[in-house]
Design a protein. Sequence first.
Length: 71
Amino acid sequence: MSTLQFKTNINCNNCVRTVTGFLNEVKGIEKWEVDINNPDKILTVEGKDMTLEAVIDAVEEAGFDIQVINV
């Protein structure tokens, strides 16, 4: 299992709800969460066989900014 982390602008529970459907569609993601209390709004994604591009595309498609901070 691998873990990826991203800096986002997903900053409230409504934003998390908005992005949920998009992230749940990404193949290989087993678990994800956004730390909305962190100033950088860190999205942590865990899973197998997922790609950076798929996670980034899903978050951007939901209307949010995303930047890789840990690979």
